[in-house]
Design a protein around this ligand. Structure first.
Ligand code: ADP
Ligand code: ZN
Ligand code: ZN
Length: 661
């Protein structure tokens, strides 16, 4: 039942003769209302006394809507991520099935699919691709987890396509998960162009009806390929065949609020239950997946060379110490841009910051514009002019004079995408400068229009955030410039170095993906930083090895396991008070379970940004080398948390395997 309680509820079958299968929906009385629930089990016994049991009102599905192995995965996930099973099911089911709705596909005219495309011809695979495809083929029909570890542009997608081809021949379905920002029409076109089969697409931008249709087409088997973002991992498949998680290291596979699951980890669990192969693909695998491959749990497939004629790009570190930068650009980078444009090529400038400038400051007294609701500065935007907080979306007009000293010398410090765009357009007057960030692509189709324009191939400069960094294939780009690598080098997060390395390699991977060799220029004030040096001279895997050694020595993931309990409230002191109680309960449970040497409790301490959107935030970290001990403790702790009077004022949540600290 859609309830915040961590339990299922018992009901009577109205008639002994009725057959009710787990996974079917039923209508039942719930409190004073009538609601839809999902049958999880049918039994002869109940802990509720017979006269108190209420009968079901109606059976909505003759056949189970959710197949048994998937139902058990949902239950497992609810338990592992410590989220109430009823809420899990409620969030996982398309809205149209949460009420009495019929499980049938209905289409509007506007929903009709793209005219059929003429199938393209697969290229001839190189040796490494061939052995990868052969290994996956040999595993059709049984569980194996493959880590497809291939440098950017090595033809991983081509390996997916050929593995899917074999899956389709076996009359089975393929489920492909991609990061949120790379589910573009270009991505879809690549799959649709190869196979003349129905493809169902699932992402957050669908209408409830479109979502329901896609779900049912997958569940009933009329779609052969299902491509989606994170939540698609829970879609039932009539004929499961192959699961692919592209860019498996990507953060967007972890849900960051409510039911905080990892679609990648659940994908592996699902494949195991369905006895089917799964491919995790990346040029920069997560340390978790590398560790699993090293220990033999995953089969490691390598693509070490770029496909076709393309070469790996060359790295150049540009030390910006003691250099005067013009709007963030060094002379060396500007010269590089000029040279590549003169050869008729495209240039991509990466800067992970939207807006015009991150700081509006008073030159006279040092005042800076800060958000009234967050521990953060307001970002100055130019189009249209306003100050905006990127953490709570608060907007303010731009100050004309300093509120502290009334001085008129306010200046914009630092650079964001808008400033880079303006500066480059000023210098390279003849060349189009195309900005690609969340602000420039707010309207539907805008990103796609920009990508189409870029792929026409005329010389241009792209300025963009992460949105440009991942997955895209830009054959015309030969120079990638990273404006500032330093914010990633000194992150407080224990995953900071891993994220920095992944992002740099992914951005760099946009350079030189066709015939012409690529260059990557990285501006930094710390060109001798050891990790940065390792990354650019020896590559991602060398750095990953070092990071794994560090993680092992401190027992952090993938060697140790974490759970974070977060609390927030408008009252500044309430969250820490609440977590202090939880901390005590946790310590008592640890002692009573004899886990003193197995589980550590750290905190409570303030979240990295303590106040956000007017709420104060604290966190408590649990760490253990034993996943099962941690799971056991969390289960008991949840019961105590549920019973704890947090006051209505404190909101709390548990994050198992947290990504961000
Ligand atoms: P990745 O997914 O690893 O980044 P892609 O699959 O996008 O790489 O491949 C990069 C480019 O190389 C694409 O244009 C693709 O069509 C091409 N390609 C892939 N495999 C081959 C091959 N065996 N021969 C020639 N071109 C290939
Ligand atoms: Zn001032
Ligand atoms: Zn704010």
């Amino acid at each position: 039942m859609p309830s915040p309680l961590r339990q299922s509820f018992d009901y009577l079958l109205p008639d002994e003769g009725i057959r009710v299968a787990p996974g079917a929906r039923v209508r039942v009385p719930f409190g004073r209302r009538e609601l839809t629930g999902v049958v999880v089990a049918v039994d002869h016994d109940s802990t509720v006394s017979p006269e108190k049991l209420k009968p079901l009102l109606a059976l909505l599905d003759e056949e189970p809507l959710i197949p048994p192995h998937l139902l058990s995965l949902w239950q497992w996930a609810a338990q592992y991520y410590q989220h109430p099973i009823g809420e899990v099911m409620h969030t996982l089911m398309p809205a149209g099935l949460r009420s009495k709705g019929n499980a049938t596909v209905k289409r509007r005219k506007s929903d009709t699919i793209l005219p059929p495309l003429t199938p393209d011809q697969p290229p001839e695979l190189n040796q490494e691709q061939r052995s990868a495809v052969a290994a996956i083929d040999a595993s059709q029909g049984k569980f194996t987890c493959f880590l497809l570890d291939g440098v950017t542009g090595s033809g991983k997608t081509e390996v997916y396509l050929q593995a899917i081809g074999r899956t389709l021949e076996l009359k089975r379905q393929a489920l492909v998960l991609v990061p949120e920002i790379s589910l573009t029409p270009q991505t879809l076109a690549r799959f649709r162009q190869r196979f003349d089969v129905p493809v169902a697409v699932m992402h957050s931008g669908l209408t409830p009806r479109q979502r329901l249709n896609a779900w049912l087409e997958a569940a009933q088997g009329s779609a052969d390929i299902i491509i989606g973002t994170r939540s698609a991992i829970f879609t039932p498949l009539a004929r499961p065949g192959l699961i692919i998680i592209d860019e498996e290291h990507d953060n967007s596979f972890k849900q960051q609020d409510g039911f905080r699951y990892s679609a990648r980890d659940l994908g592996v669990m699902r494949a195991r239950r369905e006895k089917r192969p799964i491919i995790l693909g990346s040029a920069t695998p997560s340390l978790e997946s590398l560790h699993n491959a090293r220990s033999g749990r995953y089969t490691h497939l390598h693509l070490t060379m770029r496909a076709g004629q393309a070469q790996m790009p060359r790295y150049i570190l540009v030390d910006t110490n003691n250099q005067r930068l013009a709007d963030g650009f060094s002379d060396a980078l500007l010269d590089g841009i000029r040279a590549h444009l003169q050869r008729g090529n495209q240039v991509l400038i990466f800067i992970n910051r939207r807006g015009f400038a991150p700081v509006l400051q008073c030159q006279d007294c040092g005042w800076t514009a800060e958000c009234r609701h967050c521990d953060a500065r307001m970002t100055l935007h130019r189009f249209p002019p306003h100050l905006r907080c990127h953490h709570c979306e608060r907007r303010d007009p731009v100050n004309q004079h300093c509120p502290d000293c009334q001085g008129k010398n306010l200046y914009a410090a630092g650079a964001g995408t808008e400033r880079c765009e303006a500066a480059l357009q000023q210098i390279f007057k003849e060349t189009p400068v195309i900005r690609v960030d969340r602000d420039a692509t707010r309207r539907k189709d805008e990103l796609d229009n920009l990508l189409t324009r870029i792929n026409q191939g005329d010389p241009c400069i792209l300025v963009g955030t992460q949105m440009l960094a991942k997955g895209h294939h830009f054959p015309g780009v030969t120079l990638v410039g990273v404006l500032d690598a330093d914010s990633g080098l000194f992150s407080a997060d224990f995953r900071g170095q891993e994220f920095m390395a992944q992002l740099l390699i992914q951005v760099a991977g946009r350079a030189g993906r066709a015939e012409q060799a690529g260059e990557v220029m990285i501006q930094t004030r710390h060109s001798t930083h050891q990790n940065l040096q390792t990354l650019v001279t020896q590559g991602y895997h060398a750095l990953a090895e070092q990071l794994l050694t560090e993680r092992q020595s401190v027992g952090m993931p993938p060697f140790g396991h974490l759970a974070m309990i977060r609390a927030e409230a408008i009252d500044a002191l309430a969250p820490a008070r609440f977590l202090d109680q939880i901390c005590q309960s946790a310590r008592q449970l640890i002692t009573s379970n004899g886990l003193q040497n197995t589980i550590e409790v750290n905190g409570p301490f303030p979240a990295p940004m303590e106040r956000r959107a007017n709420r104060f935030r604290q966190q408590l970290l649990l760490r253990s080398n034993s996943r099962s001990a941690l799971q056991h403790l969390l289960g008991e702790l949840c019961i105590s948390l549920d019973g704890q009077n947090s006051g209505r004022k404190v909101r709390w949540s548990i994050d198992v395997d947290p990504q961000d600290m």
